[in-house]
Design a protein around this ligand. Sequence first.
Ligand code: ATP
Ligand code: MG
Length: 333
Amino acid sequence: RPRVFSGIQPTADSFHLGNYLGAVRQWVGMQDDHDAFYCVVDLHAITVGHDPALLRERSLRSVAQLLAAGLDPDRCTLFVQSHVAEHTQLAWILGCLTGFGEASRMTQFKDKTQRQGTEGATVGLFTYPVLMAADILLYQTDQVPVGEDQRQHLELSRDLAQRFNSRYGDTFRIPEAYILKETAKIYDLQDPTAKMSKSASTPGGIIELLDDPKVSAKRIRSAVTDSGREIRFDHDQKPGVSNLLTILSALTEQSVPALEEHYVGGRGYGDLKRDVADAVVEFVTPFRERTLALLEDPESLDNILARGAERARAVAAETLREAEDRLGFIVAK
Ligand code: ATP
Ligand code: MG
């Protein structure tokens, strides 16, 4: 079975709809036909300022949300990044293979430092993509289900794997991005040219899965639409409407053309928004209940994570040992 790896940051109290449709839903779908490793990437979460108590709580909430979304610890390996020390160890090695200029071209770093400038940004935020490459390469990953915003980081992971292999001998499998075209990028409801994001969405622009469903419904009803009245998918001319169509299509499994057809003649933006709000409420209501129920029993979450870390460590340790051997380190006896 092909190997799959992906991660999500515990940087907010709740996942948002973009995380789910762009990534987590694919994780769930890939559990059976793939040997899947999924990770709450807490090491990535400290690249920006954070509160320790909040980080711990958000990490646990992330695990609960992943289970609520349908991950099954008997069918995939679910763990927390900091439990497997090999991630940081391989990151150092890969950092020594990464060009400074190459790292400087990563657009996520530029986006995330746009407002505050790079002066106060951490070196960790700068080298984030190197740690991400380590995450992926440690597991000899074939496919990485992520949103469109991670495509460039995936490219770097591939480059680093190829570079290591050609310099020191075949060690890492070359991973491929698995990005579903339809839901690769869910946009902010108030600014439908920007991606919905945990850290940078407008207050009314994000659908948080653990929010009160009534709040989410209201946000959908207040989403920015476009001038005109026609309901048609056209990202350039009608980004707001197109985003709503994408969300509705993904949640109801009706194709976008079928939806466009449905809204022809008489039905307007108000109808579209009502239908999207209904679909969102129908999804988030049981999701939220399941998550809150799982959080009632933190001990079983800890047990799941302990099992996951053990399985992950076994694979990661073997890859790291091989990489260190190839690099010329004396292999510890
Ligand atoms: P942050 O703003 O802190 O970076 P984020 O919302 O980008 O948070 P991440 O934890 O960085 O969330 O990403 C988790 C996964 O969700 C990644 O695979 C990422 O590509 C995907 N993702 C994030 N935002 C979107 C979006 N708007 N549409 C589709 N996929 C997304
Ligand atoms: Mg992100």
